[in-house]
Design a protein around this ligand. Structure first.
Ligand SMILES: C[S@@+](CC[C@H](N)C(=O)[O-])C[C@H]1O[C@@H](n2cnc3c(N)ncnc32)[C@H](O)[C@@H]1O
Length: 292
């Protein structure tokens, strides 16, 4: 018999541990023991939507049902924290435009290479990759360069938003008017990013725990992964950051959020002191066990 229960079913401790471990091994997001209520609240609707009686049944669904992969994909939309806005962390962005990009341009053009590949990993609704595109537009020396900016995220809901490129007030909390005038126009529901900026950015789905897809993205000069690994435990951080190391060209840069550090995570990167900020760099000709 199937009981029809309202959302708000209590989650037993063992159910919590099983479900949280499944989520962790799928994507690295770790709900600690204090987060049981949070997980229960975020998943409550799934019980009624799937007509399940309790979280034990839900765990079995996640583990054995033929739709388990789809279910795991879908719940990423409610389990992730997607807070973001344009021009977030201005000191770091100043280091990016005034110091890192000129250095990369000089090193790469010295080798006859005029391409730049930048990855915004965990891009949420797209403000970060579009900010990068706007900043690069203003660097005259980059004219004629082939620039690729790739924004990826695990949540399909935020990616849809990023592809549409329409934003409201909260996204513009630190955006200068001059950028709004140049790179946005009014449309139904807010301000839309102009086509020339949108064309510089490719938005696609990627789970940072999916090694194969990570490798398929190819080599990067710079990876922004800001305010993403804060939701991971140490082992997950290590795994993802080592994959970033593999994805970067020698001398490439990894930009984390301002409260994040690689201390006690890995020694693979060098911390470079720039005028405006401190940034992790993959050393030239770095060697990491486990291939290129
Ligand atoms: C707080 S937002 C950060 C957005 C932007 N990077 C910034 O700093 O403004 C974190 C994003 O990381 C994404 N995320 C979390 N775990 C992920 C994973 N395993 N793979 C890919 N994206 C993930 C979430 O969906 C969310 O959109």
């Amino acid at each position: 018999m199937t009981l029809s229960l309202e959302p708000g079913q209590p989650m037993a401790d063992d159910e919590f541990r099983n479900i949280r471990d499944s989520i962790y091994s799928h994507c690295g997001i770790y709900f600690d023991d204090d987060s049981k209520y949070l997980l229960e609240k975020r998943l409550a609707r799934r019980l009624s939507a799937l007509n399940l009686n309790n979280y034990r049944e839900y765990y079995h669904f996640l583990k054995y049902d033929r739709n388990k992969d789809q279910e795991m994909m879908d719940i990423m939309d409610v389990l992730t924290t997607n807070e973001t806005y344009f021009f977030r962390e201005s000191f770091q962005l100043a280091a990016f435009t005034d110091e890192i990009i000129p250095e990369l341009m000089s090193v790469k053009s010295g080798r006859g290479d005029r391409t730049l590949r930048i990855w915004s990993a965990g891009c949420s609704t797209g403000e970060e990759p579009y900010t990068i595109a706007m900043l690069l537009k203003d660097i005259p020396g980059l004219r004629g360069w082939k620039i690729e900016i790739i924004g990826t995220d695990i949540s399909q809901r935020v990616l849809q938003h990023a592809r549409r490129g329409v934003y409201t007030k909260a996204s513009f909390r630190v955006t200068e008017d001059s950028y709004i005038k140049r790179f946005f126009y009014e449309c139904d529901g807010g301000l839309k990013v102009t086509d020339d900026i949108r064309e510089m950015v490719t938005i696609s789905h990627l789970n940072l725990f999916d090694k194969t897809r990570m490798m398929m993205l190819g080599k990067m000069d710079l990876i922004f992964c800001r305010n993403v690994i804060i939701y991971f435990d140490l082992a997950a951080k290590k795994r993802v950051v080592e994959d970033f190391h593999r994805s970067l060209n020698d001398g490439g840069f990894l930009l984390l959020g301002h409260s994040e550090s690689l201390m006690n995570v890995t020694t693979l990167f060098t911390l470079r002191h720039f005028k405006n900020d401190m940034i992790y760099q993959k050393p030239e000709r770095a060697a990491l066990g486990g291939g290129p």
